[in-house]
Write a protein that binds this ligand. Structure first.
Ligand code: AMP
Ligand code: TRP
Length: 342
């Protein structure tokens, strides 16, 4: 794990800002089955950090309402994401997993934080500008307030480590600024959360030029059936400088070669094969598809089992929300007191 500041994650201050064990928190949108970018950029770290920190993970359905307006789709995708996270290694015995809207304290904290957050900070957020372009007919207020809710998510649990992909760096910076603004006005209350990145903080899509993203449709769906995974991997754009099979390859520019880093210690040998034209791009893609299919075979089975038993998933989510309750309520009580609410 890496953090975006030097050295180890947020040093524990001597004051009582911190819970007794360093807390880790992250949120993920209920976008259905996660893709390879979600996994390599964030979920693999959720799993790894379960044993290192007291870990809390949340499916952010309230955030999703800024773009998803079909109730059945939201419900289905929330279940799918929960089943996927469990299938990929989140263990309810080692972490807390719940649905954001099941802990309503976060919406109260969001309002309280809104009063310490200058509008200009929100207007200059890159994701807000992007969303305004992507959904010009639906620039709802939630899009602007999105990062305030995200700060409330993290800070409600006084988390200091936040595993995310690089595209969340600006949101994390804003969460720190909001926590700092609160601490400056009302006295030291919250630790400043730090992002924790993996070795693959930005995974490019199958087009090789844009970040892997469901909305672009350039994903590799790790929990799909084998044929889909194979088709998606084989459709990947490779080294555009290599016209003929006999041309030497440029693995440092090839997304397929870069992804091999995450699927075996032998990526240097694979790169050598490309450089010397011993192997072709098709061979390298076929090998990658085999490895992705093998790596997620067990998770795919477990995912199917969980989707066949939604009551099991719901029970885990309910227990997670209950486990989070006392922490959330304690923070709200402290904040109300500090802000002068009777
Ligand atoms: P989202 O689906 O936008 O909620 O993303 C869930 C998590 O996956 C966030 O921490 C993102 O930063 C991360 N993520 C999404 N796409 C990518 C990508 N292409 N590469 C690396 N991380 C990603
Ligand atoms: N904005 C994040 C994303 O799109 C999701 C998110 C919501 C989140 N709340 C969070 C991430 C708190 C980390 C911590 O991926």
């Amino acid at each position: 794990m890496k953090t975006d500041t030097a050295g180890s994650p947020a040093p524990t201050p001597a004051s009582a800002l911190q819970p007794s064990r360093t807390r880790c928190f992250s949120g993920i949108q209920p976008s259905g089955r996660p893709h390879l970018g979600n996994y390599l950029g964030a979920i693999s770290n959720y799993v790894a950090l379960q044993d290192r920190y007291e870990s809390i993970y949340c499916i952010v359905d309230l955030h999703a309402l800024t773009s998803v307006h079909e109730p059945d789709r939201l419900r289905r995708q929330t279940l799918e994401m929960a089943a996927a996270l469990l299938a990929l290694g989140l263990d309810p015995a080692r972490c807390t997993l719940f649905v954001q809207s099941h802990r309503p304290e976060v919406t109260e904290l969001m309002w309280l934080f809104a009063t310490v957050t200058p509008v200009s900070w929100l207007q200059r957020t890159p994701t807000y500008k992007e969303k305004r372009q992507n959904q010009p007919e639906d620039v709802n207020h939630g899009l602007l307030t999105y990062p305030v809710l995200q700060a409330a998510d993290i800070v409600l649990y006084k988390a200091s480590v936040v595993p995310v992909g690089r595209d969340q760096a600006a949101h994390l910076e804003l969460s720190r600024e909001i926590a700092r603004a609160f601490n400056n006005r009302y006295g030291p209350t919250f630790p400043e959360p730090q992002a924790a990145f993996t070795e693959a903080p930005v995974v490019m899509g199958t087009d090789g030029v844009r970040k892997m993203s469901k909305s672009i449709g350039n994903t590799i769906e790790i929990l799909a059936d084998e044929a889909t995974i194979r088709r998606q991997v084989m459709s990947m754009v490779t080294d555009t400088l290599r016209i003929r099979r006999t041309d030497p390859g440029h693995p440092e520019r090839c997304n397929v070669c870069q992804l091999h880093r995450s699927f075996g210690d032998d990526f240097e040998a694979i790169w050598d094969g490309e450089r010397t034209a011993r192997t072709g791009c098709v061979d390298t893609k076929r090998l990658l598809a085999d490895r992705i299919i093998a790596r997620f075979a067990e998770a795919r089975e477990r995912y199917a089992e969980l989707m066949a038993s939604p009551a099991t998933v719901d029970r885990i989510l309910d227990e997670g929300a209950e486990r989070a309750r006392p922490i959330a309520q304690a923070t709200i009580a402290e904040v109300r007191e500090r802000m002068g609410l009777r």
